[in-house]
Design a protein around this ligand. Structure first.
Ligand SMILES: [Zn+2]
Length: 314
């Protein structure tokens, strides 16, 4: 008789609900990770999901009955790169058709309920867009660009707003001419979506989207809905396109927040290196010098109330 003990081997591929075990206990996770090196399957899944990318929502624009003012064809700073899953060929190639503001949009923009809910500019822009894309799917950069455009054609090329200096606290009025603003453009060399992040400790792979209006809205909805503080996991959740296990399975969306909360420090740090939260203000405001202390204020730190864009008095 052969006395040599057989090493106990578990075929993990036959565990049907392995994803259910995962995440429950760190030692289970590391056991699974060490025993499942099915790289090719994972790579295949990752490339499939990268190919799918961010899915723009299907949006059939309801046509205007009275087209008193024609829509203009506007070139988007993103050049349409983030909208390749859109049905609208113009949008895919970087153009959007947009009407100037009408009475309806001015009404929306001055309705306190919509302003308080932070949806006034989104609703107004959706009314003005003639192309088949939802303003919620626009990148932050394109969204602000179109709001500026609407102000320029419907109200004025001049825009002045309040800035509070983060260095000395001084508040002052800052004037810009919209026609003189430079907007950052996207091209093949600087467009990257989904952003792929391979996590060194857990060997999971995370695919992130670039910030869109939907991202920002979802975060503010969360803030309104819960009494709890919004954590980094929540912010990452709204930017996540997919999370892939070392075996090439997808982590269900319902587990994403827990997944982020359970990540070891090194993995967590790796993700944060890939996610700069650009509020879109940098390329609108540029860098401003504080008239009081003379220090430079980064445009990205300016908290611009977009509703102010549609007030006449400034
Ligand atoms: Zn200052």
């Amino acid at each position: 008789m052969d006395n040599k003990k057989e090493e106990i081997k578990i075929d993990l591929s036959s565990v049907s609900n392995m994803d259910a075990i995962k995440g429950t206990n760190p030692s289970v996770d590391s056991f699974i990770d060490k025993n499942t090196q099915k790289k090719p399957e994972k790579e295949q899944k990752v490339s499939e999901l990268i190919e799918t990318g961010y899915k723009v929502e299907h949006f059939d624009k309801y046509p205007r009955k009275f087209e008193f003012v024609p829509a203009d064809k506007v070139k988007l700073p993103s050049n349409g790169l983030p909208y390749q899953s859109c049905d609208d060929e113009d949008v895919k190639s970087g153009f959007i058709w947009i009407y100037p503001l009408t009475m309806k949009e001015e009404e929306i923009l001055s309705t306190p309920k919509y302003i308080n809910e932070g949806v006034a500019t989104i609703m107004a822009l959706n009314n003005c867009i003639k192309s088949n894309i939802d303003a919620m799917d626009l990148t932050v950069g394109d969204f602000y660009y179109l709001l500026m455009y609407l102000r320029q054609v419907s109200i004025s090329d001049n825009f002045s707003f309040e800035i509070k200096c983060p260095h000395c606290g001084h508040e002052f009025k800052h004037d810009i001419k919209i026609s003189e603003q430079k907007f950052d453009e996207l091209d093949e060399s600087n467009f990257n979506e989904p952003i792929r992040v391979d996590l060194p400790m857990t060997n999971y792979t995370v695919l992130l989207g670039i910030p869109r209006i939907r991202t920002i809205r979802e975060i503010s909805w969360m803030m309104n809905d819960t009494k709890n503080e919004i954590g980094v996991a929540d912010v990452l959740y709204v930017r996540t396109i997919a999370i892939i296990t070392p075996n090439g399975n997808e982590v269900p969306k319902s587990d994403w927040v827990v997944f982020y909360n359970n990540l070891p420090h090194k993995d967590y740090d790796t993700i944060l290196n890939f996610t700069q939260f650009d509020n879109g203000m940098g390329h609108i405001v540029g860098n401003v010098k504080c008239p009081e202390c003379g220090k430079e204020i980064e445009g990205s730190s300016v908290d611009l109330n977009t509703d102010a864009l549609f007030r006449y008095e400034s």
